[in-house]
Design a protein around this ligand. Structure first.
Ligand code: NAD
Length: 296
């Protein structure tokens, strides 16, 4: 099948590569020419804009860093909306339900169906094809792309209402963000009292405190002090902010969301949005006056 892919970053590049490996022909675009060229070297055709991609294929996928960029790529002057061939726009980005519904409505006016399909499971999951792929959209259109999405991981069709997969994704990422922020505080407390961080992580992983922070992020990127898990602080901040806004708009208590949001706002302002989100640990270490390392 011919598929367009826009946004070839930490997640988009490995997902696009999996489509090529599964035998599909890709037409790709990224504002970073080097990101597109890397896929070109694996056989993808290079497009000059989102509109150019949408002129050339019926299914266009996107993995973009922010709601504003997703909107621009979908609906902007050079956007997918102006493409001559496109019939379905599969948005794999995390944008929040409001923006997803806005894109759906604007594209629907041009008879293009937006399928909302955020993913979870990180860069490793994108490489291995083990992502949780959350999908909402019109059933016939979801059915038409389901086999393609299954190349990325396990597909969960959560609703036929546009944007609902975003709500699902925000709930998931809030829990992931909370686990990371809370584990940083818990381990800092132990280390300051005299415990070894690696021993603490082993105990937590054998006990009831185990989370994706303790069994993934800490052993892989915090204890070895590489802080390179593959997800930018600005993106985590965006996700927690979108989640808190969505909860507040629905009239749902959001105290924990606001507290976690604060921690990512501080990390973002002190270490920069580009830095890996595991840098939240450095922010806590600085305040605690300790360093969380491996076995001493
Ligand atoms: P990233 O910043 O690594 O990649 C985004 C890509 O989009 C970059 O290559 C960038 O050059 C490109 N881009 C930016 N503006 C563009 C434009 N106008 N037109 C075309 N390309 C453009 O981000 P990522 O980590 O790959 O995340 C992508 C999306 O997936 C985000 O919405 C994020 O929240 C979500 N997500 C990320 C992870 C993760 O672990 N990294 C996990 C799940 C979901």
């Amino acid at each position: 099948m011919e598929i367009g892919f826009i946004g070839l970053g930490n997640m988009g590049a490995p997902m696009a590569r999996r489509l090529i490996d599964a035998g599909h022909k890709l037409v790709v675009f990224d504002v970073r020419a080097e990101a597109a060229a890397a896929l070109g070297a694996s056989g993808a055709a290079l497009a000059t804009s989102p509109r150019d991609v949408a002129d050339r294929v019926e299914i266009v996928m996107a993995s973009l860093p922010s709601p504003a960029i997703a909107k621009e790529v979908a609906l902007g002057m050079d956007g997918v909306i102006h493409g001559r061939r496109v019939k379905r726009f599969v948005d794999l980005s995390t944008t929040g339900s409001r923006v997803a519904a806005e894109i759906f409505a604007a594209l629907a006016a041009r008879r293009i169906v937006q399928i909302d399909s955020p993913v979870s499971g990180g860069v490793a999951g994108a490489r291995k094809g083990t992502l949780a792929v959350m999908v909402s959209g019109p059933p016939a259109d979801v059915a038409a792309v389901r086999d393609l999405l299954a190349i990325f991981g396990r597909v969960f069709v959560v609703s036929d209402k546009p944007g609902m997969a975003q709500t699902m994704k925000l709930a998931n990422n809030f829990l992931s963000a909370t686990a990371m922020a809370a584990t940083a505080e818990a381990v800092a407390m132990g280390v300051k009292a005299g415990l070894d961080a690696a021993v603490m992580i082993d105990v937590i992983n054998a006990g009831s405190g185990r989370t994706t922070a303790s069994d993934g992020k800490f052993p892989q990127a915090v204890l070895p002090r590489t802080f390179d898990y593959g997800f930018a602080t600005a993106l985590m901040l965006k996700d927690v902010r979108l989640c808190a806004e969505e909860a507040s708009a629905l009239g749902v208590p959001d105290k924990i969301m606001r507290a976690v949001l604060d921690q990512w706002e501080i990390t973002n302002s002190e270490y920069g949005g580009e830095c890996d989100f595991t840098n939240i640990v450095k922010m806590i270490e600085k305040r605690a006056g300790i360093i969380i390392g491996g076995k001493q």
